[in-house]
Design a protein around this ligand. Structure first.
Ligand code: AR6
Length: 179
């Protein structure tokens, strides 16, 4: 059951679904530093976009943890893919900083490129092992703080791949909006 919140003048939606099928202008990829197709959400995005996505990624010189890079979306409904590299969870103080940077730098890049709608997956919570509850608080706090200052981003969708993750994000968002 998707839910919709108004944050400033923008909309934040939480949905359970497949990010490759979203029709926002951009979708975000939880990539690796080489920007190679890999598995998880990244593998799914590369499969749906087609081989030209990997061809373009090869020209970008990789991506550091917390940074974000833009490509076209090729066969996706989304016109653009924003590739960001989440932290490999290590319980260090850098983990939340890097995870926050992923969301913030992706949103800043969207704003600079005049992209008004964007979908995020739950970055780092698959292969990279970040606990979902902790990651959800960081993701949603970063997105809501950004939207309050950046009304030019009209819509952010957080696309969760399981009902379990969706429920965790939903209760984290309710908590953040109450505080
Ligand atoms: N739509 C939405 N979310 C998805 C989809 C999808 N189609 N497929 C998986 N997820 P992960 P990470 C969820 O492992 O932890 C790759 O191999 C998944 O259930 O894709 O940042 C890269 O190449 C989980 O909740 O990303 C990197 O090496 C979330 O997406 C590494 O994995 C993130 O899981 C990145 O690891």
């Amino acid at each position: 059951m998707p839910i919709k919140y108004k944050i400033g003048n923008s909309i934040l939606k939480l949905i359970a679904g497949d990010i490759t099928r979203q029709d926002t202008e951009a979708i975000v990829n939880a990539a690796n530093k080489q920007l190679s197709p890999g598995g998880g959400v990244s593998g799914a995005i590369h499969r749906a976009a087609g081989p030209k996505l990997w061809e373009e990624c090869k020209t970008l010189g990789g991506c550091n943890t917390g940074e974000a890079k833009l490509t076209r979306g090729y066969n996706l409904k989304a016109k653009y893919v924003i590739h960001t590299v989440g932290p490999v969870y290590s319980s260090s103080a850098d983990d939340p900083v890097h995870l926050r940077d992923c969301y913030k730098n992706s949103l800043l890049l969207a704003s600079r490129k005049n992209i008004k709608s964007i979908s995020f997956p739950s970055i780092s919570t698959g292969v990279f092992g970040y606990p979902v509850k902790e990651a959800s608080i960081i993701a949603l706090k970063t997105i809501t703080d950004f939207l309050k200052e950046h009304p030019e981003i009209e819509l952010v969708k957080m696309v969760l791949f399981s009902e379990g993750d969706y429920n965790i994000y939903k209760s984290s968002l309710e908590k953040i909006l109450k505080d």
